[in-house]
Design a protein around this ligand. Structure first.
Ligand code: NIG
Ligand code: FE
Length: 425
């Protein structure tokens, strides 16, 4: 049975890829996103089950589909329709908070100083271990619902506050469970190598991930107990070095995961060059990327996931996004939502990307939709408004789509409906 939904009367439809079937946008194409506008007539979008089947003026769609039964009509008079945001980098499953560290950071303590004193990720790992499954699931689901209602229809979710296998496995299982509680799309990333546990060295932890953890993970994936997409590591001076990172990432690749990791964040480590060499689909942060790293990522078409909120909160220099875009690196955006960078609003990431990284509004939107989809390997079905793609949409009550970015941190009142796979959520 076909369920048809017609959205009509819209003022603007921001298609992002102009129905050209692009899987990611680079260079000038990031600025040249398809915006269908009409002040004189309304615009329609027809959905069959989960998929977009037609886009056009109200009159054209009415004529083309005359006599076709529509089950649900959504009046979008005066509204703008955008693709749902795709958050390419989050750490959503944890307990406790780090508000006590916030004041320390404001007073000048660095991220690594706090981490070395036992704070940071180590603190959150302890709090997460102490929390019950129920409490972790409840807080995870609440965070995911908040994201969905703020327009994020697909999100990358990392583990990483377990570190040791039994704790990481618990987080993986809870992330799986969350799928049945919230209709947001979830891409799971295995990030046991997020920090070094107290009782191990980085080398011992690397051996454990390569020899034991990834093997155990593969077994559960083969048995269809878990559906994990990517492998991650915090490749950073004083955490996992470049060779340990390479081993961890290749062990993940070996079991069928895609490479998507934290690199060149606080120090230059050669992450971008190494990631491009081993076929990483995405690398996040890149505040300290080299020119050679930019060249390597552009050539390999490895997606750079920019997290402006993190640089902002840590008061570090932001990545050289203009140089990346000019060199042809596909740039995506994420919130990095975690107890350090406490925001899951993609509108804030886009605003910071524009102001601090000097991206245009169009580039920021392309980065938050089609290129984030590419970072997760899902841009064949998600990330733009195109015939044949999934109907993950935001219907906004504003005179033009830019308001979603312009109204800094205050955009949710503009969102009239979020649609996931064609259904209002
Ligand atoms: O992307 N850099 C490592 N991971 C996170 C921070 C996680 C945390 O501090 O809890 C990041 O910024
Ligand atoms: Fe992160």
């Amino acid at each position: 049975m076909t369920l048809r939904t017609l959205i009509y009367g819209a003022r603007q439809i921001v298609t992002v890829t102009r129905n050209r079937n692009e899987k990611l946008l680079c260079g000038k194409d990031m600025h040249d996103i398809g915006i269908v506008k009409s002040d004189a007539v309304g615009l329609s979008l027809l959905i069959e089950n989960e998929d977009i089947v037609a886009i056009g003026t109200d009159d054209d769609i009415a004529r083309e589909f005359e006599g076709v039964e529509v089950d649900q009509k959504i009046d979008a008079t005066g509204c703008c329709i955008l693709p749902g945001f795709i958050d390419a980098h989050t750490h959503p499953i944890w307990a406790g908070d780090r508000v006590h560290e916030y004041a320390k950071k404001l007073a000048g303590a660095t991220y690594m100083e706090i981490m070395r004193e036992g704070g940071g990720i180590g603190f959150t790992v302890e709090q997460t271990r102490l929390a019950s499954d129920k409490d972790l699931l409840v807080s995870l689901v609440a965070r995911l619902k908040r994201m969905l209602h703020a327009g994020t229809t697909y999100v990358e979710c990392k583990t990483g506050y377990g570190l040791e296998w039994p704790d990481e496995l618990r987080l993986l299982k809870l992330l799986e469970q969350a799928r049945s509680h919230v209709p947001i799309g979830i891409s799971i990333t295995y990030c046991a190598a997020h920090a070094i546990p107290k009782n191990k060295t980085a080398e011992e932890m690397t051996d454990d991930i390569v020899n034991n953890q990834t093997k155990a993970l593969k077994k559960l994936m083969d048995e269809k107990e878990l559906n994990v997409n990517d492998i991650d590591v915090f490749c950073e001076k004083g955490v996992y070095d470049i060779e340990q990172s390479r081993r961890i990432l290749l062990a993940g690749k070996e079991i069928g995961l895609s490479i998507n990791f934290h690199g060149d964040e606080l120090n230059y480590t050669g992450s971008a060059e190494m990631g491009a060499e081993i076929g990483a689909r995405a690398i996040s942060h890149l505040e300290c990327i080299s020119d050679e790293g930019i060249r390597a990522m552009a050539e390999a078409k490895t997606v750079a996931v920019i997290l402006p909120h993190t640089g902002y909160i840590l008061r570090i220099e932001l990545p050289p996004v203009r140089r990346m875009i000019d060199a042809g690196v596909p740039v995506a955006l994420g919130t990095d939502a975690n107890p350090n960078a406490f925001s899951s609003a993609m509108s804030i990431s886009m605003n910071l990307a524009c102001v601090l990284c000097r991206m245009s509004l169009e580039e920021a939107l392309a980065a938050a939709t089609i290129n984030s989809a590419a970072a997760l390997g899902i841009s064949d079905k998600y990330g733009s408004i195109e015939v044949g793609k999934k109907a993950d949409l935001i219907i906004c009550r504003c005179p033009s789509w830019e308001h979603i970015i312009y109204q800094f941190g205050d955009h949710t009142h503009l969102i009239r409906h979020v649609l996931k796979h064609g259904a209002i959520v």
